[in-house]
Design a protein. Structure first.
Length: 52
């Protein structure tokens, strides 16, 4: 059992680092998307009275 557990532990660790990197990427993507949405929203709010 102990000989069988070692590779699994390494694979789990590698999976954890990949998962963390994936979470970080999604977080950065979400933040940039939110920032872009806010910029577009404020731009529309600023120029909407001029159009209407």
């Amino acid at each position: 059992m102990s000989r069988h557990n070692k590779p699994f532990r390494f694979r789990d660790l590698r999976l954890d680092t990949g998962y963390l990197r994936y979470r970080l990427d999604t977080l950065i993507f979400g933040l940039s998307a939110a920032a872009g949405f806010l910029v577009v929203f404020f731009t529309v709010e600023h120029f909407a009275p001029c159009i209407v």
